[in-house]
Design a protein. Structure first.
Ligand code: ADP
Ligand code: MG
Length: 357
């Protein structure tokens, strides 16, 4: 990776709130951003230097992005393989590396990769049809969670199987897509580690956050997590091991289950900035967004230490209608994503409340 100078242009595939906060961090360091997204009104497009409104596999659009940008990054993991191949053939520098995308796009590959490097996951089996699902249930037991291998997010593409009567409907919910069955983990808590790895191969981690999900969607991230010190150290070590194994450059978000017996399993990782790291904007000197930009620009990484404890709450759907009360609340730090249409289950913004360390 070459080191970018201030004034260089960064391309971002995807223009959601993650792209928007990346563009804000980039602009603080003197870079400008071009967003590629099919939605003209996407949150990041409104604040970037330019936006290209096109599908992710539109070759004319990709060629324009490639010509204008010194490095191209992404804010979602489902970038089509074709787009990645096209950009590489056009000579674009891409960070994080496409290998991380390929692995994290497929839950089966992701779990195989983790197992191969000696990291514990929930027990799992691939499932291609209902008969295979029945065998997998015999092997793993119930309850279990059936998930599509690809394209799931915010708990979508998942079905819980509690007993034999759930099997047929569970398989139907996959809509014939290849799937994976996971043993249901009765965890004590969920934590995540936001890791950043620089072009020089050094990595840093932010303190783990405890994550509370409702209906598969992240509601709150709390720092510190309440996990014991050895768990925290182990999670941070595992996170850096994953980043090293991927030859990673940029921010990588890693989700863990902490067992009631203090065991640690990786649930999944995202090759991008992560919702459970939004708190780093308010509670750290250098946020996950700035550190991602620093890493892909070949700049020194910033300090990941926090100056405050905090709790981040996602504003989902109608929660965001509460903006007046939230701005009036002392100590509540509000971020809104500029989405025009509020829909149930849609992330509209978040609020972080700082607490003394
Ligand atoms: N094997 C499992 N056992 C228990 N809970 C799970 C398991 N897998 C996922 N979950 C719960 O569902 C949430 C969403 O699942 P996840 O695999 O992270 O998918 P997504 O890509 O939608 O975030 C997790 O954060 C966790 O709360
Ligand atoms: Mg998840």
């Amino acid at each position: 990776m070459k080191t970018l100078s201030p004034g260089a242009t960064i391309g971002i595939l995807g223009g959601g709130q993650l792209g928007r906060m990346l563009a804000m961090a980039a602009s603080r360091l003197g870079f400008s951003c071009i967003i590629l997204d099919p939605d003209r009104n996407c949150p990041a497009g409104k604040i970037a230097r330019a936006m290209i409104c096109a599908d992710y596999d539109d070759e004319t659009a990709l060629a324009a992005l490639s010509a204008e940008c010194d490095v191209i990054t992404y804010e979602f993991e489902n970038v089509p393989a074709h787009a990645v191949a096209f950009l590489q053939a056009a000579g674009s520098a891409l960070a994080p590396p496409p290998k991380a995308l390929e692995i994290s796009q497929d839950r089966l590959r992701e779990k195989n990769f983790l197992q191969d490097i000696g990291i514990a996951t929930a027990p799992y089996q691939p499932v291609e049809n209902e008969a295979r699902l029945r065998t997998a249930i015999e092997n793993l037991g119930l309850p279990a969670l059936l998930k599509t291998r690809r394209l799931g997010y915010d708990g979508k593409g998942q079905a819980i199987i509690k007993n034999q009567n759930d099997i047929t409907n569970g398989w139907k919910a996959m809509q014939s897509a290849p799937a994976i069955l996971e043993g249901f983990i009765d965890f004590a808590l969920e934590i995540s580690v936001i890791t950043v790895r620089g072009a020089d191969g050094n990595s840093k981690t932010y303190h783990p956050a405890r994550n509370i999900h409702k209906g598969g969607i992240l509601r709150r991230s709390i720092v510190p997590s309440g996990a014991d010190a050895p768990i925290i150290t182990e999670a941070r070590t595992i996170a850096m091991k994953i980043a090293n194994a991927l030859d990673y450059i940029g921010v990588l978000g890693i989700e863990f289950f902490v067992g009631k017996d203090d065991s640690l399993m990786v649930n999944e990782f995202a090759p991008r900035v992560h919702n459970s790291g939004h708190w780093t904007v308010e509670a750290c000197g250098i946020s996950q967004f700035e550190n991602h930009i620093r890493a892909i620009a070949g700049w020194p990484l910033g300090d990941t230490a926090r100056h405050s404890n905090c709790e981040m709450e996602n504003l989902i759907g109608e929660d965001a209608a509460n903006w007046q009360a939230l701005t009036a609340e002392q100590g509540a730090l509000l971020t809104l994503y500029g989405k025009r249409h509020q829909r149930s289950g849609r992330k509209m913004g978040h609020v972080t409340r700082l607490k003394p360390l």
